[in-house]
Structures are given as C-alpha cells and as structure tokens.
Ligand binder design. Sequence first.
Ligand code: ZN
Length: 432
Amino acid sequence: MAHFVIVTSMPQPIKFTHTVADRFLRYVVIDTQSDPASPTCPSTEKQKNLGRLLASELKAMGLRDAHLDEYGYVYATIPATTDKKVPVVCFCSHMDTSPDCPGKDVKPQIVRNYRGGDIVLPGDRTQVIRAAEHSALAEQIGNDIITTDGTTLLGADDKAGVAEIMDAAHFLINNPQIRHGTIKILFTPDEEIGRGVDKVDLNKLGADFAYTLDGSSPGDIEDETFSADGVTITVEGVSTHPGYAKGKMEHAIKIAAAIVDRLPKDTCSPETTDGQQGFLHPVGISGTLERATLGLIVRDFNDEGLKEKEALLENIVKGVMQDFPRSTYRLEISEQYRNMKRVIDRHPEIIDYALEAIRRAGLVPTKASIRGGTDGSRLSFMGLPCPNIFAGEHAIHSRLEWVSVQDMEKAMQTIVHLAMIWEERTSSPVIA
Ligand SMILES: [Zn+2]
C-alpha cells in the first residue's frame, strides 16, 4: 500500500546575516557604465571587472560552476538540498550602470539612523535629496541610507540586486539545513542600453522560472510591463522652387509638423498619463521639402490599447493629408516588446510564491506595473517567465540615487524565503 508523507510547512524562524551592505559597497566602487554607441558585447570591457569579482566570490563560496563568459555574463548554480523535483528557479540582476550619469569613482556614504529631513551630499552640496521630493524617504526613519557624494550615480540600480542575490547565495550555502531546489544565478551586462539578454544562453542556464531583482520600494513585485510598438511615418510632399510655388508646393516638413500638432494634447501623452494608461509619443522628426520622416513610439498594457492608439494616429495622419491632396504618406508599425503578464499569468504560482516570500520577510506585498520594458519581459518571451522583485533602489540614473541597508536586507530575505517556498510547495515524493 502506498501512502503519502505529509510535510507541514510551519515557517521556522531563520537567523539572517547582515552582510549585504558590505557586498554592495564593494561592488558600487567598480565602474560598470555601459555604452550605447559601442557595438561589442559587453558594450564596455570594464563591466567584466565586476563580473570577474562576482564569479570568484561565488567560486570561493563553493559554487564550482561559477564563471564569467566572453560576453560578460556570470552564471552559477546552487545545488539542491532536497530530493523533491523542484522547478529550477533563477535570480537575475544586471551589473552595468546607466550611461546617463557619471559612474566612475563612486564614493558611497552611509547616513546611519536617518532621522528625517533632507540629505545634503558632501562632494557637491548643490545635490540634495529632499524629503519633499523623495516621498519614499519618509518610510526610512531609523534606517541606514547609502548615497553617493553627489558627483556620480550610486549604481544601486542594479548592484543592490547583485548584492542581495550574492548575499542570499552565501546564506543558503552556509545553511544547508534550509531545503530548496536547484537555484541558478545570472548576472547580465548592458541592461541599461536595452541589450541585457542579447547573448544570454538559456540552455546553459537551464532554469524554469526567474526573478529579476531590480525594483524600487520594499514589498513591490512587478508582473506587468508595457506592450510597445514603434511607428515610422514617411511623408512625400510636392517640391517646387520657392519663388514659383504658389498653389503647387506641398511641404513635407510642414505636413509632418501638422501631424505632431494634432496629436492629443490632454490625454495619450507621457506627460498626461500614469498608472494603466498608455500613450503616443513622437521620438524623432527629420526631413526636407520633399520628404519628411516622423518616428513615434506607442505604449499600452494590452494589444487592443496599442491598436486603438495606432488607429487614432492613422486617422490624424489621414485628416492632415486631406489638406495636401497631391502628397502621400506611408505608415509602418514595428513590434518592440510585449507585456510579460501574458506569459507570467500562465504560471500564477510564480507570483503567489513571491507574494508569500515578501510576507515572510515581514513586508506588505504590492503588485505593480512597469511603465516601460525590462530584461524580464524579454526573458519571459524567450521562454523564461520572469517578474521583477524590489531591490530597494531609488532616484535611479541620478546623482541623488539612494538605497537603504534595511531594504536590501529585506530583499535578500525575500530571495531565501522564495527558494524555500518553491521547495515546500512542490508535492512530496511518494514512498512505496
Ligand atoms: Zn536596473
């Protein structure tokens, strides 16, 4: 007779370490700025300096397969500590920092036991993290806040995520009594220039599900991104000598300008929308009398919304063209990326377990949407469903960037709990 072993899942108290900030401070001083103008992968060789350090730290922890590959990706495996067939879960962060703000010679400082109020950065006193403008500071009273000296960005985006994953790996390896399935670690280059998963080897990674740690406020989990299209409108006008143009000339630049002018002004633009609303947004205009090209991006959270906005745009173009009967236009739509929710919703446990892990870390989970794209959305459509968990980073891509030590510790604990929950929720092996 077969019988089942019932495993009761009483979450036992865990004694967590407080080493994530030390790791973070080690990583942020390494310049890993990516460069959109570079054709290579990684776009900047210096990203490998951090990659090499991470691979060697992982090796020193005992992860024998830890390595940095030629494209600047770091892979490693934490072996399972259970007999159950637990899905292989990957934790992923990016190593590069934004090209929009200096990333060399980062000098981090820690404001211990933050008492509220503005934080003046010591290397450039015009740089002030104002409590009035950074509402998330109000939740950090008593915490230790890491900033720069005001001359560079901090790189908490996404070295907070890197440090949290490294610290969770170290913790799991040193606490083998904690049961979990096989865990994969992935650190990527060039996320900030939109090329973070170009050279990732998903076969080598061998994960079933993944989580990026690259979000902001403690407790946040993001399972939704924009869906995105690009539109190019090419206008062919009618050219004549300007001295003899009366009744003949149809100016392509003016036609393109008229299209931009008729775009919705009070709705449907980045500056008038938030939350779940999408928009139409011109990103480039160039031309001559004869021919002008107008580039736009279209954003929405679903395909119908994209289609509506594209139809609205085409109606505007047709309306303008009525005033220029001998001119013509061509409108081309290209897909850029799609909302990852479509993929993630097929596996509701990915989010359910993350919400539970966040709760066990002592936080209130909040589901949020990303008004942009992520590496996770691309990974999701490449076959690796990948929502985004908070890492604690704030005011990213700026000299005012900050992160709190306590938020990073909560993110690290969330990773550990998540690894345990995937094991707990996998049905027990049948004993004959
Ligand atoms: Zn990031």
